[in-house]
Design a protein around this ligand. Sequence first.
Ligand code: UD1
Ligand code: CA
Length: 458
Amino acid sequence: MTRAAVVLAAGKGTRFKSELAKVLHPVAGRSLLGWVLSAIRPLDLDRVIVVVGHQADMVAGEAQRAAGRPVVIVRQTEQRGTGHAVRMAFESGALDDVDSVLVVPGDAPMVAGAPLAAMFDAQTGNAAAMMTTVLEDPVGYGRIVRDGPGRVVRVVEERDATAGQRAIREVNVSMYVFDASSARRELSRLSTDNAQGEEYLTDIVEPLVADGVIAVSAPPETVRGVNDREQLAAAGRVLRAAMLSELMRDGVTIVDPAATYVGAECVVAPDATLLPGTHLEGATRIAPGAVIGPYSRLVDTTVAAGAHVTFTVASSASIGPDAQVGPFTYLRPQAELAERAKAGAFVEVKQSLIGPGTKVPHLSYIGNTVIGSESNIGAATVTVNYDGYRKHPTTIGDRVRIGADTMLVAPVKIGDDAYTGAGSVITSDVPAGALAVERNEQRTIEGYAERKRESRPT
Ligand code: UD1
Ligand code: CA
């Protein structure tokens, strides 16, 4: 038995009113198309075909990336209907050796693998299995017409339906498994004689009924497509809630799931705590015992065991075991904090290593810098790394004490156990164990205030 999937992703998604193809819109950490492709991944199909049209190259690229396996791309240059789209997949040759073919729309992110697998089972020995659901408000969907004994007879599109048929609340969700040769035969006979002048995939149901069409029903929230941005937000809520429930079952503390955002590709270990206002995005990984939030956004960032990250924005950063970050801290790409390191209030770190136990507690900018262990960087220290053309490195050793408000004009090296005086502008290397002070001697003018007062005009 050779099994394949055809994912329909050629449409524009007019109701999104977007420059971006609908299936590329992200929700809960993945594109709509990415969700569908990850739902079919566990089915272990012999082939996955994605039909692209609108923004074909971008959609094809996302399909290849998100599927986690090679995907066959079929181009449908004109969107002449769902039937036409599947016919293009057959005519590409990619289904020539296939026995059963799953068809799914690229805009149904809540679908899971198990109900799709159930459709493959239901199709065995029949021409087709199709997913249906019952909606409170079926407007816009194709309606499932059944006969007296309850067998599926045909699907009628909203715009072609009679008033009586529009009252039917059981609808088509565009998920089917077809016997491939039956589908191929009926697709070649499709007409465009309907309200939209399109080749309707739904029209192959009626001629297949004689060879068996099995309806498989599913709860609406698992099969619903996303047609506008309100439905996108609603899908996001459902997907996030499901992911957060799974994390909580696995031992993650989430204080307020309604105020916590964890993307689909993030990994959060048991015994981590996510406080309200936490946004984890991209390939962020949180280790056991780490506490994130409140109000932190971490993108592609790794947080090791026991670290605390509060009121922080971080992107492609790495936060070591028992490190402390925040509040109001900005970690930019390649900011790396070793174990027990600290980046405190109003500190920005970029492409720098803060060594074990080293603290940058307040109001500092650290860029292109390597700092050893157990050093302390005084408040308002700046690594002056940019001369207007190039970035230059700063190296700071172990057990260094950088005085408050030091400007470290790179390239510059500060040796182990060295000190800098507060307010110094350091332009030359400081040897190990030395103190470097760069500032003018203080002038104190006695009686200044009184003289000022006397010179005041009366
Ligand atoms: C389709 C179904 C309808 C069902 C509804 C929701 C048909 C004729 N109707 O209607 O019964 O209730 O979906 O599931 O099938 N697409 C292409 N190429 C095309 C046209 C569409 O790839 O030429 C893709 C779209 O990108 C989308 C999917 O097929 O992912 C469904 O297309 P859409 O236009 O949303 O179909 P509906 O008119 O909503
Ligand atoms: Ca639709």
